[in-house]
Design a protein around this ligand. Structure first.
Ligand SMILES: Cc1cc2nc3c(=O)[nH]c(=O)nc-3n(C[C@H](O)[C@H](O)[C@H](O)COP(=O)(O)OP(=O)(O)OC[C@H]3O[C@@H](n4cnc5c(N)ncnc54)[C@H](O)[C@@H]3O)c2cc1C
Length: 322
């Protein structure tokens, strides 16, 4: 086992611990639901609803071994990166779809997409395909009582919600829908690979004022249905949001609090004063698709960047090494 040793015992402000697969459920053609448990999760917790809470999972290396983070200190990230790539395992980002149990029996539920390999097959998807009870991964998750910062959903006083997701962000939107106030209003457009996914997930709970629209691609281009439906929803009938590959930042992350392109997030923006003023949009998925939708909302429609969160969850052809 590859080990990260430190001389002093020190509690990290987050959980970084090995957990075990407690159950595996094949939800649909493209989704596997994994329940992860272990004594280290007893201290899991956030202040309020989990919404789109992200966590990191470290999958075993090709020899089936996990790095040990036992006794890790604040420099755990640099220490982990110093382990040769072939040995340190594979870290990827996922969403807490649900939290079950409590205390030492706390379990995190994660819905993983089984995606066709674009080039090299992804370690996350490959692991999920074969996962069985007893398998182990390392989880990085919030420790109760400490700042963690992994929740982006922040609608404030918005009157109308627009939630847009491809399959990788469907777990986040489903969790958000379950955590919303019962009086929430708006629409969620959810694009999934095939009709079988939409059928299996269609029973999703949501407030009565939230319309949930499942959009199975069934071979149509990635993001095309989302673009069409978002345009129609916002009253833009003409055009599409296609962007050139060279204009895509694989790590696109534009939220009211952070800008991956270096935009000024502190300067107040003049209120545009149009009928989208009460809107809050949360849009996540493949980076090129999300880039196009950002252009539509921010550049074409002039929506204030403080009302929108655009997040590239993955990039076609790029392994999302954390
Ligand atoms: C905040 C956040 C939350 C996320 N939550 C979830 C979640 O709950 N469930 C989930 O499944 N994913 C989620 N993702 C996306 C996930 O991290 C990426 O899809 C990641 O690339 C998967 O790792 P991998 O090892 O399977 O593939 P990688 O090794 O990263 O990539 C290998 C190849 O597969 C391609 N690829 C990656 N994902 C897909 C896909 N979905 N469809 C088609 N091709 C793909 C890549 O383009 C690359 O060519 C989240 C990402 C972020 C940033």
């Amino acid at each position: 086992m590859t080990s990260i040793d430190t001389e002093t015992e020190h509690q990290l402000p987050l959980i970084l611990d090995e957990v075990e697969v407690v159950s595996v459920e094949r939800l649909s053609p493209s989704f596997v639901r994994i329940e992860l448990g272990g004594p280290g999760l007893a201290e899991f917790g956030v202040d309020g609803p989990v919404y789109d809470l992200r966590i990191k999972l470290v999958f075993p290396n090709d020899a089936g071994l996990l790095p040990s983070f036992e006794g890790a200190d604040d420099s755990w990230w640099d220490t982990w990166l110093q382990i040769p790539e072939a040995e340190r395992g594979h870290m990827r980002t996922y969403t807490v779809r649900d939290v079950r149990g409590d205390g030492a029996d706390t379990r995190l539920v994660v819905d993983l997409v089984l995606h066709p390999a674009d080039g090299e097959p992804g370690p996350g998807s490959t692991w999920a395909e074969r996962a069985a009870p007893g398998d182990r991964v390392v989880v990085m998750a919030p420790r109760r009582g400490y700042e963690y910062g992994g929740i982006e959903f922040a609608p404030g006083t918005a009157r109308e919600l627009l939630l847009v997701a491809d399959e990788t962000a469907v777990p986040a939107v489903c969790s958000i829908l379950e955590d919303l106030d019962r009086g929430a209003r708006g629409v969620a457009f959810l694009e999934v690979p095939v009709t079988g996914d939409a059928r299996a997930l269609a029973a999703q709970v949501a407030p009565a004022g939230m319309q949930v629209v499942w959009l199975p691609r069934d071979g149509a281009p990635l993001g095309g249905l989302l673009d069409e439906r978002v345009r129609r929803h916002l009253g833009v009938d003409e055009g599409d949001s296609t962007v050139a590959d060279g204009d895509v930042d694989p790590d696109l992350w534009e939220t009211p609090a952070y800008s991956s392109s270096g935009e000024d997030v502190d300067t107040p923006v003049a209120t545009v004063g149009h009928d989208l003023d009460g809107l809050y949009a949360w849009i996540a998925g493949e980076s090129k698709v999300v880039t196009g939708l950002r252009r539509l909302l921010v550049n074409e429609l002039g929506v204030d960047r403080r009302q929108v969160a655009f997040m590239g969850y993955w990039r076609r052809g790029v392994a999302m090494r954390s």
